[in-house]
Design a protein around this ligand. Sequence first.
Ligand code: NAD
Ligand code: SAH
Length: 415
Amino acid sequence: MSEIKDISLAPSGEMKMAWAKRYMPLLNSIEADFREKKPFAGLRMAICLHLEAKSAVLCRVMMAGGAEVYVCGSNPLSTQDDVVAALASSGAEVYATYGCTMEEYEHYIEMVLASRPNIIIDDGADLVSAIHARHPELISGIIGGCEETTTGIIRDKALEAAGMLGFPMICVNDAKCKHFFDNRYGTGQSVFDGVNRLTNLIVAGKEVVVAGYGWCGRGVAMRAKGLGARVSVTEIDPVKALEAMMDGFEVKTMDEAAPTGDLFITETGCCDVITERHFRKMKDGAILCNGGHFDVEIDVKWLEENAVSTCPGRNELTKGYTLEGGKTIFILSEGRLVNLASGDGHPVEIMDMSFAIQALGAQYVALNRGKLEIKCHDIPAKVDNDVAARKLASCGMKVDKLTEKQEEYLKSWEL
Ligand code: NAD
Ligand code: SAH
């Protein structure tokens, strides 16, 4: 039995899903294929994703492929109760409510794992961690799984390095059709969607400080520049810092950026990127948010425990913390992913590509049952290239084809 907020919200969720589906040509064609071939017939699938419309479309694609689907959210603030209701009324078992406590969040993961899944679809390794830490008895029944995001893969690889990984995992994030587009252009656009919805402030003319110049950070810095901001980048990797400099951005340490920045966006996947000593240096009214993993990049806990007072900002997800001396710093979305906690996450067309890789990755796991080595695997290059070709075709674009002479030329070493 699903555990959700209110099943009567389903019509609104269906509308959101129908809109998303209209712009998801890849998932639609995969759904048609799955409906015919039923790659997941007889298999139970545990899915932990941000439960908004695009993820719900993916869940239905998996169901069309014959999977029995058990779903929980991958962040307490990204669940949309109407979408969850729509999903639950169409045959999936769903355990998710918006704004759930961490205890409820853990409980929902437990409920999904109680299905004794055969395939795992994870976003941040919450399911994989729970299985290895608390439910090793499930491992023998699991064929394999797919991981959506950078930080999840770091965790899966840590399990592999410790010799503890119990089943093969496909690194969806490492597919070119995922991180080139989702992490860069998806995060670049959706972070500002979240920030704008919450603050209603102009970005032009502000100093935007982007922490981390990986795939997400590059996208956020690029879009901040496009919106007219003065952009500073902080990094720990000298090569990435140089790249940021050559891309036209100011490179600073967080200590240097703290006193001058107006809007801070963390995109590192690391903890303690902005802490007490930085808060103390910031301007009155500085705004801080996170687009990376979990709520550990900004030390919100310190602010909760040490601010002399707190105040609402423009809404309940724009919270002000007043420090000794009287200045107030605002944290968006409790320091959780601002694009998903205060928006709908990445745009539809981006998730069409990411979730096409997810669906085809899961099919690869199912079709290669018992044959895959127990380790972290890249998605086969053919699948990646096929997704790119199909996406390009759906946009009405073509690429040139090499002639035989060109192929020979590109293979030869003679002058
Ligand atoms: P990445 O590895 O490409 O980039 C991370 C960058 O942060 C690296 O360049 C690294 O050197 C830098 N870094 C690490 N610690 C740092 C620190 N303390 N200070 C400054 N820089 C630091 O990873 P990515 O793909 O860009 O993902 C970043 C995070 O965002 C991950 O946690 C990932 O799971 C998450 N993510 C979020 C979304 C979203 O929708 N918001 C989308 C994709 C990925
Ligand atoms: N549980 C972690 C998950 C990290 S989220 C946390 O809450 O911090 C990062 C992933 O969210 C990305 O890899 C991206 O693919 C995914 N994502 C972004 N927008 C999304 C959307 N609209 N729907 C579903 N997933 C989305």
